[in-house]
Design a protein around this ligand. Structure first.
Ligand code: PLP
Length: 390
């Protein structure tokens, strides 16, 4: 019996192979950290979003253990049924205090949070405006909402202003990454808020790469001193905070609405209580020891100075450092070459980034040493100079 669906899948896989775009996973035999083990091999890890080295920090591991002892593992149900434990409650209160926002809600993941936010705040009669380089889940959330969806060129405030001015939608939503995930650049947040005020819009900010990194760890809003009941702030826990899950925070009525209406909140099992306890512990750790966030920024400074000395273009002020090489094949060859040298640096290709902008994406961590960072830059400069990588 012919199976049209499976035939289409096989054609799709063959096409990925032809274009050199099929992804393979590596199997790690160690925790996340500045060095990871794959089989018998140790690799310096510049691929993880564990920007503060918390994923395997003793205090985080201890918080998870204690929570498992107290609450067991599974949450058992949606938070609105019986899945919301004391650990979840405490994490939400801690996040609101940590960011200075009125109220917070714990979502199953950042991806789920963005889908839930956009589909709950926007409907068919609304309009959503998103930066072209936004993360996939802000795009998918806008599509799921069935609102009119407009994408503006990256960082182009004049284009966004013009789109907003033309819109007749009753509810308008601007959605943007704060720190763009493949470039490490920061959105013009104060200007976006000014546009949200001028055009009476929500401003949904995805702080996945800002939380733990900017504002002394409190995120992009703290970094730029921004506050407004128009801001909906989403922060993932899977990156700098070393855990899993996500918070959404902002105006108390808006959060109450998400709790009632965000489908990815209501119709999904609550996070394991241990994930909530880990989030609380990560925020306490950042509060108690500001040197952790400072160490990340020291590594960022060292990386940039080493790049400048070696003639490698690097301009990001965050933990994400792209080295754009253009051609996908070249990016993959460079990544393979660095790997031979014991350095894990992923090649990022279309469709994750626009055509012709394939790159290496280096992630820095507070857990790296200065020597590791400088060795990386030397190896990188050598690989970029070397014709064999082309
Ligand atoms: C990783 C990421 C997400 C998704 O968060 P998860 O908690 O991993 O689902 C959302 N937005 C951005 C910008 C991200 O980088």
């Amino acid at each position: 019996m012919a199976h049209a669906g499976l035939a289409a899948v096989r054609r799709g896989l063959a096409e990925l192979d032809r274009e050199g775009l099929r992804r393979a996973r590596r199997v790690l035999d160690s925790p996340q950290g500045p060095v990871v083990r794959e089989g018998g091999r140790e690799l310096a890890n510049f691929a993880s979003n564990d920007y503060l080295g918390l994923a395997n920090h003793p205090r985080i591991v201890a918080a998870a253990r204690e929570a498992v002892d107290r609450f067991g593992f599974g949450a058992g149900a949606s938070p609105v049924v019986v899945g919301h434990s004391r650990a979840h409650e405490e994490a939400e209160v801690a996040f609101a205090r940590f960011t200075g926002l009125p109220r917070a809600l714990l979502f199953p993941s950042g991806y789920a949070a963005n889908l839930g936010i956009l589909a709950a705040l926007a409907d068919r009669s609304a309009a959503v405006f998103g930066d072209r380089l936004n993360h996939a889940c802000l795009v998918d959330g806008a599509l799921l909402s069935r609102a009119d969806f407009h994408r503006y060129p990256h960082g182009d405030l004049a284009a966004l202003d013009a789109l907003l001015a033309r819109s007749k939608a009753g509810v308008r939503v601007i959605a943007s990454d704060t720190v763009f995930s493949m470039d490490g650049d920061v959105a013009p947040l104060a200007d976006l808020l000014a546009l949200a005020e001028r055009h009476d819009a929500w401003l949904v900010l995805d702080d996945a790469h800002g939380i733990g990194v900017l504002g002394g760890g409190r995120g992009s809003l703290a970094e730029f001193g921004l506050a407004s009941p128009r801001i909906v702030c989403m922060a993932t826990l899977g990156k700098a905070l070393g855990g899993y899950g996500a918070f959404v925070a902002g105006d108390a009525d808006m959060i109450e609405w998400l709790m009632q209406r965000a489908r990815t909140y209501v119709f999904s099992t609550a996070l394991p209580p241990a994930a909530a306890a880990v989030a609380t512990a990560a925020m306490a750790l950042i509060d108690a020891d500001p040197s952790i966030v400072r160490a990340l920024h020291a590594r960022i400074g060292e990386f940039r100075r080493a790049c400048e000395a070696q003639g490698v273009a690097a301009s990001s002020a965050t933990a994400i450092q792209p080295v754009v090489v253009g051609d996908s094949g070249r990016a993959v060859a460079l990544s393979a070459r660095l790997r031979e040298a014991g350095l894990l640096v992923p090649a990022i290709r279309p469709p994750t980034v626009p055509q012709g902008t394939a790159r290496l994406r280096i992630s820095l961590s507070a857990a790296h040493t200065r020597v590791q960072v400088e060795s990386l830059v030397s190896a990188l400069a050598q690989a970029l100079d070397d014709g064999s990588a082309r």
